[in-house]
Design a protein around this ligand. Structure first.
Ligand SMILES: [Zn+2]
Length: 233
């Protein structure tokens, strides 16, 4: 994790300590590193809950547990609900309702991958229901969320992409409800896995070496690229 690397670098002045102090610090550091390797529920002082009761549903991909922890669903991105200054995306409210119907008041178990926290400090996890279903996957299956790829792939990505293809093919959820004006071609960013219309100002900032072109939006979606929130391809 970025933060961990940063903190490691900050431990640099250790060599100025007396040998005993340095040894003690090294030993503590090694213990911390080994703990984070052997116990995925622990990282640099923050412990990650293995389960919790969902008391609030923020939208189609984020919930709050009774403990107060905010959990972002790993590997998916649901359309946004309305915020103070922004309108809801198409199918944002429907996705929130579908999520709420599925997980609210449920005791869920959480499964983490290497990145257990997102850049906003939220837990990043597979959220599993008592009946064994994975809420993340169910949102994709119902066409209520897109697969969210980043430069580091998550473990279940192939399974998620397969279900997304099926949801698109069957016009489930947003795939049937949200009409999109087609463009002649599309340009994707290989680092961010976001794709754009050819005239998108944000898309044009993509470095040439990171660009990939798609003949239609389905080809982009099939590879796990998601539409830009700005040009809405
Ligand atoms: Zn764009």
């Amino acid at each position: 994790m970025k933060n961990e690397v940063f903190r490691n670098r900050r431990l640099g002045p250790m060599k100025r300590l007396r040998p005993f102090g340095a040894a003690a610090c090294c030993s503590a550091l090694l213990t911390a590193i080994s703990l984070s390797i052997i116990a995925p529920g622990w990282s640099w002082g923050r412990s990650f809950p293995a389960s919790g009761k969902v008391v609030f549903v923020c939208d189609g991909d984020t919930v709050i547990l009774e403990s107060g922890e905010r959990v972002r669903y790993l590997g998916v991105d649901a359309p946004e609900v309305a915020h103070e200054r922004t309108e809801a995306d198409c199918f944002g409210m429907e996705a929130k309702k579908a999520n709420s119907d599925m997980v609210l008041h449920q005791q869920v178990s959480l499964k983490y991958e290497r990145e257990a926290v997102d850049p906003h400090g939220r837990l990043l996890a597979y959220v599993n229901l008592p009946d064994g279903r994975c809420a993340n996957l169910e949102m994709v299956r119902a066409g209520c969320a897109l697969v969210y790829r980043s430069s580091k792939d998550f473990g279940r990505i192939e399974e998620f992409l397969l279900l997304q293809r099926e949801a698109i093919f069957k016009h489930k959820g947003m795939w049937g409800a949200c009409s999109v004006k087609p463009a002649e071609a599309y340009m994707g960013n290989k680092r961010s896995f976001v794709f754009h219309r050819p005239d998108c100002a944000k898309g044009r900032k993509t470095a040439v070496r990171e660009r990939v072109s798609f003949a239609d939006r389905w080809a982009a979606l099939e590879k796990g690229f998601r539409p830009c929130r700005f040009c809405k391809p």
